[in-house]
Design a protein around this ligand. Sequence first.
Ligand SMILES: Nc1ncnc2c1ncn2[C@@H]1O[C@H](COP(=O)(O)OP(=O)(O)OP(=O)(O)O)[C@@H](O)[C@H]1O
Ligand SMILES: [Mg+2]
Length: 371
Amino acid sequence: MQPIDTKKEETNRYTKYLMIKNAGFPMITGYEENPIIKNKELFEKYVKEQWVGMNVKKGDYLFDKYISPGFAFKAVIVEPENSIITESTVIFLEEEIVDKIDEEIDEDYKKEYRVKFSDVIGQKFAKSKCSVIKMFLQDPDKFGDWAPKNILFYGPPGTGKTMLAKALASETDAEIVCINATNLIGGFVGEGSSNIHRLYDYAEKNAPCIIFIDEIDAIALDRRYQELRGDVSEIVNALITEMDGITDRKGVCLIAATNTPNVLDNAIKSRFEEEIEFILPDFSDRLNILEKYTKTYPIPLSDKVDLKKIARDLDGYSGRDIVEKVLKVALHRSLLNEDNEVKDEHLISAFKDSEMIIKNKRNLPADNLYR
Ligand SMILES: Nc1ncnc2c1ncn2[C@@H]1O[C@H](COP(=O)(O)OP(=O)(O)OP(=O)(O)O)[C@@H](O)[C@H]1O
Ligand SMILES: [Mg+2]
């Protein structure tokens, strides 16, 4: 018998988290269907009735004794390893995570994106790179072993990063899975890395597919800053494994986006084959944005409006700032006034009101992070 390390025993005795998965029956009985869990809370209570007090390690089988006697669950994650199940152990079924991801995929990811490349104004460099990715998504075989795999979009907020990723999906028949990195962080050990692998599993099944991870800095933070977000190293490691293509995921391309590329974990950063910068719109881009979006106003734009002058004033504004802080506000003011057109004064007052906010934002030291 091994000597007991009492100190370790004390801290590591009880199971905090246990993730199990269906392992099925040990033999064919005529009763082969996997039991369906209807109420997860009740299920947790029910299995605890049977398992509290048991010592469990990763890989162990835990049997149901009552409803489906002999049906086995396999322990996938035990935290801490080799510990005793108690009333306060949190027990998860692995499928719960699948459900969670699938739900999100259903809600957000599978939206029909109608936005096209041509809707994204400016960003020539980013668009040319995306043309290559587009070619790849249309014909992955053409690229052999040289497929685009990991691309980073970076630049100030509201410059069209998400928009371009969506355009890429809508211009090809590729599926796009858009996920905000914070949604990948799990509540317990192992959940985050499991989420990453599931995301890639989903993408592989639906290839050609783009995985778009927005705000990648939320997980792939440089180790110096990781304390800010808690321990995300398991997600970072899982992501690195997938980015390296240890499992060959054919037809899957990762695009990650961030406003702050220089706080990214170096191991992750070095795996992006290309870092594509999104820049603030120049004068002609701003004018294009103004012209394009005012055409979609529900009431006419006064022909006295000088869009060129406004475009000049909007130096330092992102596409989103122009649309949300100037054009939308101007329209609302005009509607509130019951004017039958959007006038210069509405646009100018919206611009003036937003000017300080934008200037302050641009002067923040955080601005340096964009580069
Ligand atoms: N280059 C652009 N061309 C046309 N519209 C743009 C452009 N950039 C931004 N916009 C407008 O701003 C909105 C926000 O853009 P988007 O979500 O793509 O920004 P982002 O770069 O992903 O920002 P964040 O870093 O905050 O996620 C778009 O839906 C669009 O209305
Ligand atoms: Mg975005």
